[in-house]
Design a protein around this ligand. Structure first.
Ligand SMILES: [Fe+2]
Length: 486
C-alpha cells in the first residue's frame, strides 16, 4: 500500500505521476510542420514507491521518460520508467530499499554495493541507443524506439570511470559524444574523467584529472579545442552523509574555478582559472574558443540557487540572491595568471535551462534560448517547481545583437526546458522550431507546444494536448529520424 508523504516534493504540482503507457495520435490544435520528423525524449524524476524518508528530495525520484514520436504532423506518446537496477530491486520487493539522495549509508543491507542511479536527468540518443543518464552512475542503455531497458554500459569494459554525467555534448564537427564523470573513482572522490564516444558508440579515450574540491559538477561544455568545467562549491563530505544531512551543501568560503582541459591533451596541460568571487552556476548555454581565449556563457546567481542543498554555515536561503542571470565568462589559456579575463552580466532576465541550436555546440554562435521567470506576471496555480522558480516565459537571445524576445505562457502554467529543432539539416542557425512542455497547474493538463524559434513572441503555432499533466521534469533532447533505428 503506497502512502506518499505530504511533504514539499510530493504535493501540488509535484505530486507523484507514475503513469506508464502509450497514446497514439495525440489531439493537436494547429499544425505541426512536416519537417519536424523524429523523437523528443524528456524525463521527470518520479518515485515509483513512497520514499524511505519523508523529506526525500526531488532529484531522488526514479526516471520516468516521455517519448514524443513526431511524424507527418502526428504525435505518438510513450512513457516508461528507466528500469534501473535500483527500480528492478525495489519492484521485486514492492517498496523502497534505497534511502536518501546520494547517500548509500541510508540504504537497506540487501542493496549495498548496487548502482544507485535513477536515470532521471537526461535521455539522449547516440549511436542509435537511448542513454538514460544521471550523474552518479554509468549510462543506462535503452532501446530508442521501444524504450525497453537493456542495462548499464561500461562501453565493453573500456570505461574505468564509475560515473557518466547527464550533460554530454555531441560535437557537431566530429559527431563524438563528449562527456565527463565526477566522483570517478568512488563517492566523494575528487577524481574526474573526460571521455569521448564515437558516433558508433565506441569509447575512444578517457583522461583522468583531479579537482581542488569535491563538488556537484552537473554540466560542462566543449569548444573546438577544449573541455571546460565550472566548479562551484556545492560540496559534501562523509560527515554530512553519516549525519544524513542533504548530500550537498553550499560553501561560500570556497572559490569558483573554470577548469580547462585540452580535449586531446593530458591532465598536466590543464588550467584552473579562479573566478573573481564565489557564485552559483549550473547549466551552460554554450562555449567556444578563439585561439587560446575561451568564451563560456552561463546563467549565474549571486548566491545558492538550490534551497534543498542548504548553506553549510547555516546562512538562510535567499531567494533573490538565487536568481540566475546570463553571464559571459572569458579566460585565456595563454594568460600568465590564473585570473579570469572578464565576467560580464549580459541579460536582466531571470533565467535557467539555457539551450542552443545543437549544431552550434562548442562553436561561435548567435542564438540561444532559456526559460525565464518573470515575477511581475500573475500566477494562479498551486505550488512551484522543486527549485522554487516559476518559469513562465521562454526567451530567445540574439548573442550578437543583444536582442531578447520572450513569450509568456499565461497565468495558469509553467514551462519546461525548450528544445530547438532545425528546419532542415542545412538550415541557417536558429531557423526552425522550439518544443517545450507547458504544464497547466490549474486544469492539470500539459501541452507540448511548438514555437517558431526566431519568433517566440508570436506564441505557439501548435499545441499537442496530453491527457494528463507531466511532472516537473529535467532535460529533453531531440533525435532526428535519420539518427534513429529503423
Ligand atoms: Fe541539468
Amino acid at each position: 500500500m503506497a502512502h506518499f508523504p505530504r511533504t514539499r516534493t510530493f504535493i501540488h504540482s509535484l505530486r507523484p505521476l507514475r503513469i506508464e503507457g502509450d497514446v497514439l495520435d495525440l489531439d493537436i490544435t494547429g499544425e505541426i510542420p512536416h519537417e519536424i520528423d523524429g523523437i523528443f525524449h524528456r524525463v521527470q524524476p518520479d518515485a515509483q514507491f513512497p520514499p524511505k524518508y519523508d523529506d526525500d528530495q526531488f532529484f531522488n525520484g526514479d526516471g520516468l521518460i516521455t517519448q514524443f514520436d513526431i511524424h507527418k504532423g502526428r504525435v505518438n506518446l510513450k512513457q516508461r520508467y528507466a528500469l534501473t537496477d535500483k527500480l528492478k530491486a525495489e519492484r521485486k520487493a514492492g517498496r523502497a530499499l534505497f534511502g536518501a539522495y546520494r547517500n548509500p549509508l541510508t540504504d537497506e543491507e540487501s542493496v549495498q554495493g548496487m548502482i544507485r542511479g535513477t536515470a532521471n536527468t537526461t535521455p539522449i540518443v547516440h549511436a542509435g541507443k537511448l542513454f538514460a543518464l544521471k550523474e552518479d552512475s554509468p549510462p543506462l542503455i535503452m532501446d530508442a524506439i521501444s524504450m525497453e531497458t537493456e542495462g548499464y554500459s561500461d562501453f565493453n569494459g573500456k570505461m574505468r570511470n564509475q560515473t557518466f554525467s547527464a550533460h554530454p555534448k555531441i560535437d557537431p564537427v566530429t559527431g563524438n559524444m563528449c562527456n565527463f564523470g565526477y566522483a570517478a573513482t568512488g563517492l566523494l572522490t575528487r577524481d574526474v574523467s573526460y571521455m569521448e564516444v564515437s558516433p558508433s558508440g565506441e569509447l575512444l579515450f578517457e583522461t583522468f584529472f583531479e579537482v581542488p574540491y569535491y563538488c556537484m559538477m552537473h554540466d560542462f561544455s566543449i569548444t573546438a579545442d577544449y573541455a571546460v568545467f565550472h566548479l562551484c562549491p556545492i560540496t559534501s563530505n562523509w560527515d554530512r552523509l553519516k549525519a544524513n544531512k542533504p548530500h550537498f551543501g553550499f560553501d561560500t568560503t570556497l572559490p569558483v574555478y573554470l577548469a580547462v582541459l585540452p580535449r586531446h591533451g593530458k591532465a598536466e596541460d590543464m588550467r584552473f582559472f579562479k573566478a573573481p568571487k564565489t557564485v552559483f552556476a549550473s547549466h551552460v548555454m554554450n562555449a567556444y574558443n578563439e585561439g587560446t581565449k575561451i568564451i563560456f556563457d552561463i546563467p549565474q546567481s549571486a548566491g545558492n540557487a538550490f534551497p534543498f542543498f542548504p548553506d553549510i554555515h547555516d546562512a538562510p536561503f535567499d531567494p533573490v540572491a538565487a536568481r540566475p542571470y546570463l553571464h559571459r565568462w572569458v579566460v585565456d589559456m595563454a594568460s600568465p595568471t590564473d585570473d579570469f579575463v572578464s565576467v560580464e552580466r549580459v541579460s536582466d532576465l531571470i533565467g535557467e535551462f539555457p539551450r542552443v541550436d545543437d549544431r552550434y555546440i562548442g562553436q561561435d554562435y548567435t542564438h540561444g534560448w532559456m526559460l525565464v521567470m518573470d515575477p511581475e506576471m500573475p500566477y494562479e496555480g498551486e505550488g512551484v517547481r522543486a527549485s522554487g522558480f516559476r518559469m513562465n516565459r521562454i526567451a530567445h537571445f540574439n548573442r550578437k545583437t543583444g536582442e531578447e524576445k520572450t513569450w509568456y505562457c499565461g497565468p495558469q502554467s509553467l514551462i519546461q526546458e525548450p528544445q530547438f529543432i532545425p528546419r532542415s539539416k542545412d538550415a541557417a542557425e536558429g531557423d526552425g522550431w522550439l518544443l517545450a512542455l507547458v504544464d497547466n497547474q490549474v486544469t492539470n493538463y500539459s501541452d507540448l507546444v511548438v514555437l517558431n524559434a526566431l519568433d517566440v513572441e508570436s506564441g505557439p503555432i501548435a499545441r499537442v494536448h496530453l491527457p494528463f499533466r507531466t511532472r516537473n521534469g529535467l532535460h529533453g533532447t531531440w533525435a532526428n529520424r535519420a539518427s534513429l533505428p529503423a
